[in-house]
Design a protein around this ligand. Sequence first.
Ligand code: B12
Ligand code: SF4
Length: 491
Amino acid sequence: MTATLKYRRVLFVYPNYPGNHYGGENQFPPMGIGYLCEVLEGIGVETALVDMGKLWPLEYLFERIAEFRPDLVAISLMTFRYRHHYELIEAVKKRFPAIPVIGGGPHLTAWKTKVLEQCPSLDFGVSLEGEYPMKELCQGAEVGSIKGLIHRRGSDIVFNGERELVADLDQIPFPRYRSFDLSRYHSGVFLCSSRGCPYHCIFCQSKSMLGRKFRARSAGNIFEEIAYWYQLGYRHFNFVDDNFTLQKGRILELCSLLEKAGFDDLDFYVSGVRADRVDHELLVAMKRAGFTHLSFGVESASDEILKVLKKHETVEEIEAAVKTANELGFYVVLYFIVGSPHETLDDVRKSIAFAEKYASGGCNFGSLMPIPDTTLMEWVTEHGTLLMEPEHYLNDLAEYERVPYFDGPGMTLEEKKTALRITQETKERLEKRYRRRYRLDTFRNDLRGKGVAKAVIVQGVIAALEIPLVARLYNGRVKRLGQAVKKRLKL
Ligand code: B12
Ligand code: SF4
């Protein structure tokens, strides 16, 4: 099988995103690359990863390339910091001119041929899902025939057209990260149980992620992935879907499979829940199955602003869902946006009051940033209200930088700054409240399940990690040791 391959050794690169909301260093392995490796390994391709989010110097990447001798370098790109990614690609090409470089991920999906125009060292690009284009490329298919692929023909840049989205996600193997050094990451697992989002919120680049069409894995298929990690000792899982509960029946079935399996100590976080897609029955089932943290995108506690954002939800619906989730004992994490068109300081105060009442798991207030290919970007461009060039904030600021990106209508600039300040204070206050409760709950549970000694050790470790100096060390070298100890003691 390997003999027929055009590319036998692929080295993946994941860029660094300093200033990201995870404190600068990547805590979880890049899942998109995990999916690609799984498919490629299935046809006999050898894979390797250099995650620059582990703060490796460029020299380390060069050493790994020289050592692994890939015949294709593949890099995953978000639009954030794209100029820095291009510099990285140029540097690789300069050092290893004979190795072709392919890019994929949200940035290629959003800008397609423009990326190859802006970055002459990129030989290929892939729009949308990468599994099948990568597989066909490595198998030596004629480049003009691979749907989803962008390539160079002489001085032209050719896009072969969008490939149909994978309809049956159960056909794609889940990532096992066999060529990754998992000991360098958090001891939890990211899971993606569905792809795509059918909504049209004006600020969101959903069409430039994995498509508008919602496609879901079956409950049995997700369960298999959880069971695989469970038998390896993993207990903490985080679903990163945009719309985890869009199909209620699927999640009820998953909860029932989990309950039947009788797994101990499971702890599930869900990053993307729409309040109008959960009800009491579903939340009860999720609680019993081991879900503990639910994140809701509230955006605003004002109906007028939700309409502006085209969120297609009402404050009443959102409140009903987060109230029930709190009553059932979930840690409820709420995400808000500050600075929407027409938002006033009073609207912001309503969002703060809402957070105070329901954000038992903490909250975040992001300054609304117009990103390319969104209705919001068209709107600010049309109205000429941008306060700085997108080029600047997309490359040199983090997504959660606390500055206004465009002017009015709604608040004056001064009011926007006040809004950003008071929401940040709220976030910090509620984060502390959450930590206190979390620590107490963990202590109580550990006392019940693991006994006094383990409960005290866990609390000692958590408390120590919150001392700033220790936290810094923990983020680096000491972290792996800590995780090994935790695994060994089954803490
Ligand atoms: C999970 C997630 C994270 C996780 C990363 C987890 C991980 N380690 O994998 C965390 C929370 C750390 C994160 C952080 C950030 N994220 Co994020 N994240 C997501 C989320 C919700 C899901 C991504 C995912 O795993 N999808 C499932 C996999 C299967 O899809 P995928 O990664 O897109 O990969 C597929 C294709 O894109 C393609 N592909 C990907 N890479 C490559 C490479 C090659 C060579 C090829 C051929 C194909 C290819 O093939 C893959 C398989 O089909 C998306 C939203 C979304 N729905 O996509 C946002 C999203 C990707 N994040 C985004 C952003 C902006 C960030 C941050 C920069 C925010 C910040 N300022 O802090 C940081 C970056 C920090 C970092 N270290 O990565 C944006 C990117 C927008 C853009 N156009 O650039 C998105 C789209 C959210 C949004 N709507 O704004 N994120
Ligand atoms: S914000 Fe959420 S619901 Fe709205 S389009 Fe984006 S992913 Fe979909």
